[in-house]
Write a protein that binds this ligand. Structure first.
Ligand SMILES: Cc1ncc(COP(=O)(O)O)c(C=O)c1O
Length: 348
């Protein structure tokens, strides 16, 4: 049954983008593959306005989160946490044997001044730009300025639900490792993740031992210099990615960000008038987390929406009962958002 996805990811993928996956299979060591890989990286660099290396990880975004920490940090990392995905990154660091300093704010709040001093032996500070579980978009430029002015720790950024939806100013943020995947604002099927890495990050990696095998960033970089991946990438998905990046270039990043803002405003206005928003401020431009003050049964809401051809997302983790989420990232149009909100009104 075809439903229009207003989800937190995977999100709606347009038919023409799905169709772009149909091309014949090629080997991942040949010239045609190298052209495809190179084209993707160049388009992404143009769209993100960066000259930094863009590395492909043959995994979902969690793989890139693990790679960032394991390859770039020998011993100690600070995590700024404002929800479930920040907590996940802490777990990743701990299970990779890193010593973690965790600075947290309550769920629903944004990261502002929780960082305090950054001890000299902290090698990296990790932050989630858009906390998908709470619908908070953290003020990345401010956080970046704080990190860079207080230390020379690397800045690792989870931009999984912000990249290609908001226009991140890479020159201002100067992230050392900014990561995202295909199934969110890029509006593609899942299966591939990316890390935009600085020279400084790569230099630090050289001193780190125990980088592992599958996610050794230095090996991935060495292959990337030849427009290759060390392991077999999802080539069909990459055909669609190259096509989708061309579509995004046609739309323009500024326009894409403006459209996401408009979608967010529509969702927020609806939520404020009917119920309330879970965050107090710093509302996400990609995921609206609605506090279900009307006590609506989510399962009934969801199935009634499905009958009308729509899908939204339930609350995440410990917010499952209290909230539900409207995802509005990728290629969703303003008209489509209006039709979802009308359907929600009808159901409620
Ligand atoms: C902010 C954030 N970080 C990380 C992830 C994990 O991404 P993946 O499921 O692609 O591994 C998600 C997934 O929803 C996310 O929203």
């Amino acid at each position: 049954l075809k439903r229009l996805l207003f989800t937190a990811g995977p999100v709606e993928v347009r038919q023409e983008v799905l169709d772009a996956m149909r091309f014949p299979m090629i080997t991942h060591r040949g010239g045609e593959y190298k052209e495809l890989h190179h084209s993707i990286v160049e388009r992404m660099q143009r769209l993100l306005r960066t000259d930094n290396d863009i590395l492909l990880f043959v995994s979902s975004a969690t793989g890139a989160m693990e790679a960032a920490v394991r390859s770039g940090v020998q011993r100690k990392i600070m995590h700024l946490v404002s929800g479930a995905f920040g907590e996940r990154w802490v777990e990743i660091s701990k299970t990779n044997g890193k010593e973690v300093i965790e600075r947290s704010v309550p769920w629903g709040a944004h990261i502002s001044d929780c960082m305090g001093d950054v001890p000299e032996d902290v090698e990296a500070v990790a932050v989630t730009h858009n906390e998908t579980s709470t619908g908070v978009m953290n003020p990345l430029e401010q956080i970046a300025e704080d990190v860079h002015s207080r230390s020379d720790a690397l800045l690792l950024v989870d931009a999984v639900t912000s990249a290609f939806a908001v226009d991140i100013d890479m020159k201002k943020v100067e992230p050392d490792f900014l990561l995202f995947g295909t199934q969110k604002a890029l509006a593609l099927p899942p299966g591939l993740a990316f890390g935009v890495v600085s020279q400084r990050y790569l230099e630090r990696c050289r001193k780190v031992t125990g980088r592992g095998r599958y996610f050794d960033v230095l090996e991935i970089k060495e292959f990337a210099d030849r427009h290759l991946c060390p392991s077999t990438p999802p080539i069909s998905l990459m055909y669609a990615l190259d096509f989708q990046l061309e579509r995004i270039e046609k739309e323009g990043m500024k326009q894409r960000a403006a459209r996401h803002h408009e979608l967010g405003e529509l969702a927020r206005t609806w939520a404020r008038e009917r119920m309330s928003l879970f965050p107090q401020s710093h509302f996400s431009e990609t995921v609206t987390c609605v506090r279900n003050t009307a006590g609506i049964d989510y399962a009934s809401l969801s199935s009634a929406l499905a009958e009308r051809g729509f899908q939204i997302s339930e609350g995440y983790g410990k917010l499952k009962k209290e909230t539900f989420r409207i995802g509005h990232m990728g290629d969703i149009t303003v008209e489509e958002m209006r039709s979802l909100l009308a359907a929600m009104d009808e159901v409620i």
